[in-house]
Write a protein that binds this ligand. Structure first.
Ligand code: CP3
Length: 348
């Protein structure tokens, strides 16, 4: 069997065209997704049901024609299985009923391998997907993922999404030791979690640091990046051939300081691709970075795809959005994005 084009692209090898996938590609813009979620009852039930989770993972391959599948799950299943009682409420997003306030709160959580071994439904979904993808015979890669320790910690400390991050920043500046203890414990769970995802059959790892930009740039390494690098180092020491994608959103001011043993750097939509290429392009393959709201207009999508391709050329690039696709994007426009990425990069 030929190598998977997406894996080759992650490793910087030449590919016949530039592969494309979309962050949050399995989701609410697809009527077929909403149907399966309704059958499951709610979002978390869907994450807990390997058969249904596998079904929605595959949907964007058939419907929009992307070149990689991303495991259907959520970053917040990690703190949930550490004992934090996750709930999703329509229109409000995720919530933890009892956010972490003290060392005693952290001490009560399940940690390390024990926490990672509770995520059996994720590993079962991956095993099922491995079989289903291999049966298709189209060499589609499967991406597994985790949240970065910092992004996970923001939810564990605030109890929900936040605009100001005031509760975790209060901890950062007045009790950094506690924040580091939390980040350290989450890092250990994530290492084993990603190891088990790899053992279950994923081809590529992506680490989402969606809330990187909340940290002042001089402190970004200390409170986030070094923990992401610790995870990458651990995985690379055991699985050197499994590509790792780092996606820290919104930190172009850190590009001069980026270090670590990983393969692909995910560029968000607000950071210029040309800057990323100049600072990081020799060392890492770049992924990204169309502004996801361009998907509301096919014309604006085409213009952006052409621009990005002009900057990146045919090498060391993976097309993606610069953050997740939104639920009210027309499916036709998502298909248009994918086919334009293929057209400009010469897919036959
Ligand atoms: O990319 C994919 O298609 C795979 C599935 C995936 C989901 N969440 C499914 C989901 C992935 C990779 C994630 C990652 C995730 N989850 C991140 C990092 C990526 C990013 O977008 O920045 C974050 C921060 C979360 C936390 C989270 N999950 C929030 C804040 C919300 C609510 C906001 C929203 O989009 O509704 C979720 C819920 C969620 N995760 C949904 C999906 C499809 C929507 C739930 C639903 O179907 O009602």
């Amino acid at each position: 069997m030929a190598n998977k084009i997406f894996v080759d692209a992650c490793l910087g090898k030449e590919t016949p065209y530039t592969p494309v996938w979309m962050m949050r590609q399995a989701g609410r813009y697809l009527p077929e997704y909403k149907l399966v979620r309704a059958e499951a009852g709610n979002f978390l039930n869907l994450c807990h049901d390997p058969k249904k989770a596998a079904e929605v993972t595959i949907q964007p391959l058939d419907i929009v024609g992307v070149d990689a599948a991303i495991l259907f799950s959520d970053i917040l299943v990690i703190p949930d299985e550490m004992g934090m009682d996750l709930g999703f409420f329509t229109g409000e997003g995720p919530k933890f009923s009892d956010p972490l306030k003290s060392q005693a709160d952290l001490d009560r959580l399940t940690k390390g391998k024990e926490a990672a071994s509770k995520l059996t439904y994720v590993y079962d979904t991956i095993k099922l997907l491995r079989t289903q993808l291999d049966e298709r015979g189209d060499n589609i890669a499967l991406i597994g993922f985790t949240g970065a320790p910092w992004t996970l910690a923001t939810y564990m400390i605030e109890g929900q999404g936040t605009k100001t991050y005031n509760i975790c920043k209060k901890m950062m500046y007045s009790n950094p030791e506690l924040l580091h203890n939390i980040l350290h414990e989450v890092t250990q769970v994530v290492k084993y979690y990603m190891e088990k995802q790899i053992e279950s059959g994923i081809d590529v790892v992506q680490i989402f640091d969606s809330w990187a930009a909340a940290i002042e740039i001089d402190m970004y390494d200390e409170f986030s990046w070094k923990y992401m690098v610790e995870i990458a180092d651990y995985l690379k020491s055991k699985y050197p051939n499994v590509p790792i994608i780092m996606f820290p959103k919104g930190i172009p001011a850190f590009y001069d300081k980026v270090y670590g043993n990983f393969d692909v750097f995910g560029v968000d939509w607000a950071s210029p691709m040309a800057l990323a290429k100049e600072k990081l392009g020799d060392k890492y393959v770049l992924q990204g970075n169309m502004e996801p709201c361009r998907l509301y207009s096919q014309e604006m999508t085409t213009a952006s795809v052409e621009n990005i391709h002009k900057v990146m050329g045919a090498k060391r690039h993976i097309f993606n959005l610069g953050h997740g696709i939104l639920p009210d994007v027309p499916v036709e426009n998502a298909k248009h994005f994918v086919s334009e990425c293929h057209r400009v990069s010469g897919k036959k």
